[in-house]
Ligand binder design. Sequence first.
Ligand code: AQP
Length: 335
Amino acid sequence: PKRIFSGMQPTGRLHLGNYLGALKNWVAMQDEDESERIYCVVDMHAVTMPHDAKALPDAVRRVTAAYLAAGLDPEKNVIFAQSAVPAHAELAWILNCVARLGWAERMTQFKDKGGKDRERVSVGLLTYPVLMAADILVYKATHVPVGDDQKQHLELCRDVAARFNRDFGDGEAVFPITEPLIQGPGARIMSLRDGTAKMSKSDPSDNSRINLEDDADTIARKIKKAKTDPEPLPDSIDGLDGRPEASNLVGIFAALTGGSKASVLAEYGGQGFGAFKPALAEVAVEYLAPISDEYRRLIAEPAEIDRILKKGAERARAVAEPVIAEAKAAIGFWG
Ligand code: AQP
């Protein structure tokens, strides 16, 4: 059977990259009969970087509200906060002793977020991808829908699972070798201010991203101000080479409308950004306005969100507990 797991960090407001790269695909899969689907808000990952402890519980509620507003149904999917299921931390410790230091040090996210002064970053930032492997493997998840930036972490998860199976599996695979699901033109959405940097929650410029909770005027203004080059759009995708900002806006249009970059260029090739940007703004507003309306309604009802998270944590614990028991026995823990 297929078991799907994924999650997002409560490190800021969710943006169009999080939505098109991951969340939209989660919603698209929720009516599959043959799969079980588990989605987490990863607050244990959020504390690997400096954070505001008082604001974190509300940040978890906001990400949960965004999941629900985007259409994720808490009956069809297990939705919960990572820190409410202790098995994530227990398995992370075991896998920290299976993963090799060199694997963790090679991760580009660690190099980017860790910066130059390694004396000052938390040890947690280094072992972030091992915790992520634990998140996935504690449910024996077979598939993980994520954006392209998470590919390297998924490879580490596969390496950790294979090594655990080899060293402690007693001839049996305890953990699956999980497949990433990285799909379509939304898999890598770039910043509106720099077509070579990914759209990110932690970019200091709010104009670099479209947030799921932005209103129509804000969305239109950000697209109008988005960086572009002076050339009209090309007729075919080859013409987007070396034009990262143009490529990104065409990709966003394609991902929102369910088309491809080629189909967008078939319609808009030859036109300038003066015509394309308003068309993109219209599509983005039409798509995101119902999500942001629903988000605002949900965020006003934190008790309802807490109820969903509590129920989700119970369901998640029921799946994780036999797996952590199996992993502890395999590695030789007493009891
Ligand atoms: N720009 C993006 N394009 C496509 N997918 C993206 N994702 C993130 N950015 C893009 C996908 O969103 C999911 C959740 O990501 P996360 O919360 O774990 O954090 P992240 O990948 O580190 O994303 P951010 O927004 O850049 O957060 P910060 O700034 O806090 O690091 C993942 O599936 C990711 O692939």
